[in-house]
Design a protein around this ligand. Structure first.
Ligand code: BES
Ligand code: MN
Ligand code: ZN
Length: 482
């Protein structure tokens, strides 16, 4: 779908007008019996409410923008809600008329972002779609935004849309299509020409480095593990990079500690953290972010099999620390531990931010509204929390503390990979922290409740959300580009 910007509403296409209530200006401007139609349909301007009417031969949508208007996430919701209503409506083109509503260039540009995000779908495997199920909308024309809206969209938000799209695609693809090797291939082609440097470690390379925890998870699968390393050097040459580390379990059966059958298909998106990292790289490279960033994706498939690791196995990590694998389903932390040691040794990052669909327990704590944020540094935590509020990828800070760390001590090794059921997200974070060297600023984002959604929102359909891309993109802007 195309996003265009224009000074005037083109003739003959559908029209969407934002309104905060029945007697909003744009409704009055259009005249006719529109106000009447709105009141009969009990339109009150609430964000998300949409009324449809045919007026002078064209479809007119009145889209509620609530009291927020052009502030906050009002604009992206407006774009998204208009597109949600029209995507399969038969309309090919819609103009969103912002005239006189005080949308500056950025607000108008984010209407475009919301529209683009909400138009994303993945129909590759739906070969028998009925015509009326197919998307028809292929253009959104944004009219009456501030000077420079188009430039702002192209330089700031279109890259973010491309990043989120990549993440959603990887998360949506089933695990017979996307596994460690094909994840790497898909990322290579998506980042081709962006200037992102790519390095890939195979099993032999990781064996040499002693990544026994990551490889222990992978050993039950016929799909070989990969460590994907991405580099973007848009900042001051030679300055320390920030590191993004993603959990990329392309399918999580639980391994020998196998998961119940019901709902196991969801574990195709257990690579959502790695998906967010590569999506963020695409966004940041496309918009030529002024920052040095290194991205690490630990890519494995967690399968039971003749060669799978067993509960009770002791593995030696790249850090030299040993781990008793009590539960093979607590695999994400094993992958992240080695990935964090790798990035620390090779890049001396100024901060490490890891993203992972790590624990079911975070859903018990925070539901689907927030991802959990753990950090060993308040400034970093605050910066991420702010970026989350600004971008809509919301975070809620969770605690770390020594008594939780004691819960993962092992009688046979340096640590075990699970603690008790209580505080399961916290002990998982404590485990990861054992791989963070003293003095390195680190944050961990447990996004198990956020990578996938069973209900649509203003900016996504049911399914992959693309969570994490906008968060990292906004964090980079706030931290390195202001
Ligand atoms: N990938 C899962 C966590 C998960 C659960 C993500 C539900 C999304 C939705 C993770 O690898 C896992 O299996 N965690 C276990 C840990 C337990 C064995 C300590 C869990 O949360 O049950
Ligand atoms: Mn698991
Ligand atoms: Zn997992």
């Amino acid at each position: 779908m195309q996003i265009r910007f224009a000074d005037q509403v083109p003739d003959g296409i559908a029209l969407a007008i934002p309104a905060s209530g029945i007697d909003a200006d744009p409704v009055r401007r259009l005249g006719g019996n529109l106000a009447d139609a709105l009141s009969k349909q009990r339109f009150d301007g609430e964000s998300g409410s949409v009324v449809e009417q045919f007026h002078d031969g064209r479809r007119v949508l009145v889209v509620g923008i609530g009291k927020k208007g052009a502030a906050g996430d009002g604009p992206e919701k407006l774009g998204g809600n208009a597109v949600a209503k029209l995507l399969t409506s038969g309309e090919k083109s819609v103009a969103i008329d912002l005239t006189g509503l005080g949308f500056d260039a950025d607000a108008a540009a984010t209407v475009g972002l919301g529209a683009a995000l909400r138009s994303w779908r993945y129909d590759r495997y739906r070969t028998r779609l009925k015509d009326k199920q197919k998307a028809t909308l292929d253009e959104v024309v944004i009219v009456g935004g501030g000077e420079g809206a188009e430039q702002r969209y192209k330089s700031r938000w279109e890259p973010v849309f491309h990043g989120v799209s990549l993440t959603r695609e990887l998360v949506t693809e089933p695990a017979n299509i996307i596994y460690p090797e094909t994840f790497v291939e898909r990322v290579r082609s998506a980042l081709d020409g962006t200037g992102v440097e790519i390095e890939v470690l195979d099993r032999a390379a990781m064996e040499k480095l002693g990544m026994g925890a990551l490889l222990g998870v992978a050993q039950g699968s016929v799909r070989e593990a990969r460590l994907l390393v991405l580099k973007w050097n848009g900042g001051t040459p030679g300055s320390q990079p920030v590191a993004f580390v993603g959990k990329g379990v392309t399918f999580d059966t639980g391994g020998i500690s196998i998961k119940p059958a019901a709902g196991m298909e969801a574990m195709k998106w257990d690579m959502g953290g790695a998906g967010a990292v590569v999506g963020a790289f695409r966004a940041l490279a496309l918009r030529k972010a002024k920052a040095n960033i290194v991205g690490i994706c630990g890519l494995v498939e967690n399968m039971p099999g003749g060669n799978a690791q067993r509960p009770g196995d002791v593995v030696t990590t790249m850090s030299g620390q040993t781990v008793e694998v009590i539960n093979t389903d607590a695999e994400g932390r094993l992958v992240l531990g080695d990935a964090i040691t790798y990035v620390t040794r090779n890049y001396k990052p100024s901060a490490i931010i890891d993203l992972a669909t790590l624990t079911g327990a975070i859903l018990i704590s925070l539901g689907h509204e927030f991802a959990g944020l753990f950090a060993n540094n308040d400034e970093l935590a605050d910066a991420l929390k702010t970026a989350g509020d600004e971008s809509g990828d919301k975070l809620w800070r969770m605690p770390l503390a020594e008594p939780f760390d004691r819960l993962i001590d092992s009688p046979i090794a340096d640590m075990k990979n699970v603690g008790p059921r209580e505080g399961g997200s916290i002990t998982a974070a404590q485990f990861i922290q054992r791989f963070v060297e003293d003095g390195t600023r680190w944050a961990h984002i447990d996004m198990a409740g956020k990578a996938w959604s069973d209900k649509p929102s203003a900016t996504y359909e049911k399914g992959a959300t693309g969570f994490g891309v906008r968060l990292l993109d906004q964090y980079v802007e706030d931290t390195f580009e202001r």
